[in-house]
Design a protein around this ligand. Structure first.
Ligand SMILES: C[S@@+](CC[C@H](N)C(=O)[O-])C[C@H]1O[C@@H](n2cnc3c(N)ncnc32)[C@H](O)[C@@H]1O
Length: 331
């Protein structure tokens, strides 16, 4: 029989999947909402997840692993049946891969900040995945009231990211000038390795075909001239890469959807302190829970699930988690 501690562990996993279903998947992917809720309600699947290390139990990772191996289950019963019969191969994939979703459309919410800094920029992204957010000057943007396109058209037509702008967003009139760019990631993704880009595609939720199209278009842009991504940990290895940035450009260290993966609050705070004490402009686009001090100074979020955009520790906008909206309240 399970001990009380184990039971509360299963409950924690169930709560996490139920929250994912209600707060993240609802309205974005109907099938993932149903499947995540099915996990929350299935003692067998919860038992399976409990056998994995705590950092490998995320709904995104589990659902992507099942999909990568067997396609999207057509409903609750098929999902539970797959886990019962194929749990070993699901476990193997969940232990060998991580959630590295690279969403290039997040550049649309970074652009208003990047464009108003002294140019040119030295861009350094922490948690870069395949580095698609390191190419903000190579994509197009449609903010409704304004549209920007990269000046030169190469063989691949760049994606144009639509972003709903509200509030006094400083919509840029020109793309930023990037003199130097580099990324750091625990596991850099090679944009020219088919198996790796296939995993990136699997991480996009079913029903979000538009995201798959723009991912492919951004990958084509990156494949023509891949950004440099160094393997390393943002907590321990960032200073060496920052030291490589040229002095003649404005150094910008940025991250989107990354610091939530740094489990230790102490490490997140150390990172924030290092950024505040550095010569870099620090841009953070993360869930508000990641840096509670920054979030405390922001107005209430208009809805759950938004990210908070901040520059040098000062919150300026609520943003759609995939770059689909920006609601400006900053100066
Ligand atoms: C969800 S992806 C986001 C990728 C990209 N920033 C974007 O917005 O599209 C998170 C990335 O952060 C990386 N990551 C997580 N913890 C890290 C750490 N401590 N140091 C470096 N990279 C890390 C992961 O490997 C993954 O590629």
């Amino acid at each position: 029989m399970r001990k009380p501690n184990d039971i509360s562990e299963l409950k924690r996993i169930a709560d996490r999947y139920a929250t994912f279903a209600a707060d993240e998947a609802r309205g974005s992917s109907e099938i993932y909402e149903r499947l995540a809720q099915a996990v929350a309600d299935s003692p067998d699947v919860l038992e399976f997840l409990a056998t994995l290390p705590a950092e490998r139990r995320q709904p995104n990772l589990f659902l992507a692993a099942v999909r990568h191996l067997f396609g999207v289950p057509n409903g609750e019963r098929q999902l539970i049946d797959i886990v019962r019969r194929k749990h070993e191969s699901i476990r193997e994939l969940m232990l060998s891969r991580t959630t590295q979703t690279n969403e290039p459309a997040r550049c649309a919410v970074l652009l208003p900040l990047l464009a108003r800094l002294p140019q040119p920029l030295a861009l350094l992204e922490v948690g870069a995945s395949a580095g698609l957010c390191l190419l903000p000057d190579r994509y197009g943007y449609d903010y409704g009231m304004a549209r920007l396109e990269p000046p030169t058209k190469d063989a691949h037509s760049p994606p144009v990211f639509e972003c709903r702008a509200s509030g006094a967003v400083p919509i840029p009139s020109a793309l930023p000038i990037i003199a130097w760019r580099a990324g750091i990631d625990l596991n850099p993704i090679d944009v020219n390795a088919t198996a790796e880009t296939a995993w990136l595609e699997t991480l996009v939720w079913p029903g979000q075909e538009e995201r798959v199209h723009r991912l492919r278009a951004a990958l084509a842009v990156a494949q023509a001239e891949p950004p440099r991504i160094v393997k390393g940990n943002l907590v321990t290895d960032l200073a060496a890469l920052m030291a490589e940035a040229p002095e003649c450009a404005t150094l910008v260290v940025f991250h989107t959807a990354v610091l939530a993966y740094v489990a230790s609050e102490i490490h997140r705070e150390q990172f924030a302190q290092a950024m505040r004490g550095s010569r870099a402009v620090w841009i953070s686009n993360e869930a508000p829970s990641v840096f509670p001090d920054i979030a405390r100074a922001a107005p209430p979020t208009p809805r759950r699930g938004l990210f908070l955009l901040a520059i040098n520790g000062r919150a300026v906008a609520w943003t759609g988690p995939h770059g689909e909206s920006i609601g400006w309240f900053g100066p």
